[in-house]
Write a protein that binds this ligand. Structure first.
Ligand SMILES: C[S@@+](CC[C@H](N)C(=O)[O-])C[C@H]1O[C@@H](n2cnc3c(N)ncnc32)[C@H](O)[C@@H]1O
Length: 292
């Protein structure tokens, strides 16, 4: 079965979908904004250790949604965080959260822009860390262009930390996640009708903008795009647990994470990677690109 669909107007249609869902997410148990304001840490347990010490670092969070992860890095010692998202509603919420937490505009800034406009839209373009988290790159058609933007936003020695849903999770059957039902290797958009949102277990929230246009970026494509952009892979970890009931028969473990029921093969559900920008780009060791 192919993934093909009409990707015309993908940006506007995805923007409408995301913008409409922010108010639903803002009052949801999943995003638990009250808990966040009281100090809850929204990162996954492995993220702080993998990213390393962010004390004093300047961090940009691409596709930051309502900014909770962004602001958590500030709480964890970053000197400045900048979040970018194309949803005005999401960025509005992020700015409110930053203000409620008492952060100044020197410490936290949020920009409304399409990811591909980031170099022109962000208040500055030199960061120690680019952070991207779950459910982001699947909304972008051109992973090579994304990787070049990431590389350009990093200072030499800076790092990208990406914690993303594993691409195989986008192509397996919804009931059990054991059968391939879409193409894994494809450049075609995956177009689907997705009423409601993931913060409702039964996706019953009333929504009108429901067309989701996404792309499957295989691990090979992501790693190759980063290499071509001049970044060096530090690690790639695949995780067999995830943050929600990704497939209908998944069960929640005692640790609060979700995975297949006992006896069902364990598959990669998330991956996390760190890639660094070489200090001396003139050596060209990792350069396959004319950019550097
Ligand atoms: C699932 S969230 C990822 C952030 C975080 N992991 C979370 O769940 O809060 C995906 C975000 O990507 C944003 N987004 C999607 N396509 C985008 C684009 N082309 N440019 C900028 N932001 C985009 C959406 O508005 C949404 O806030």
């Amino acid at each position: 079965m192919g993934n093909q669909g009409d990707q015309t107007g993908w940006r506007d249609r995805n923007h409408a979908l995301w913008d409409e869902r922010v108010d639903i997410h803002a009052v949801s148990a999943s995003y638990n904004i009250d808990g966040f304001l009281k100090g809850d840490d929204v990162l996954m347990d492995f993220e702080p250790g993998e990213i390393g010490d962010v004390t004093g670092k300047r961090l940009v969070h691409l596709q930051c949604h309502m900014g909770q992860e962004t602001l958590t890095w500030l709480r964890r010692g970053a000197s400045r965080v900048v979040g970018l998202d194309f949803s005005e509603s999401a960025i509005g919420r992020a700015r409110e959260l930053a203000a409620e937490l008492g952060f100044s505009s020197t410490e936290a800034a949020f920009t409304v822009a399409d990811l591909y406009d980031a170099p022109n839209a962000l208040p500055e373009t030199e960061f120690d860390v680019v952070y991207v988290s779950m459910g982001s790159i699947n909304w972008l058609p051109d992973i090579g262009r994304w990787a070049r933007i990431v590389a350009d936003l990093l200072i030499p020695g800076g790092i990208l930390y990406l914690n993303e849903f594993h691409p195989v999770t986008h192509v397996l059957d919804e009931a059990t996640g054991t059968r391939f039902v879409h193409d894994y290797i494809t450049s075609q958009a995956m177009v689907r009708e997705a009423p409601g949102t993931y913060t409702d277990s039964d996706r019953s929230a009333p929504t009108v903008h429901n067309t989701a246009i996404e792309w499957i970026h295989s691990l090979g494509d992501v790693l190759s795009a980063l290499a071509v952009a001049g970044l060096r892979l530090e690690f790639l970890h695949e995780h067999d647990r995830t943050v929600f009931r990704h497939f209908a028969n998944f069960e929640r473990g005692a640790d609060g994470w979700w995975g297949p029921p006992p006896g069902q093969p364990r598959i990669p559900l998330l991956y996390s990677l760190k890639a660094s920008k070489p200090l001396n780009l003139s050596t060209g060791i990792t350069c396959g690109s004319s950019l550097y």
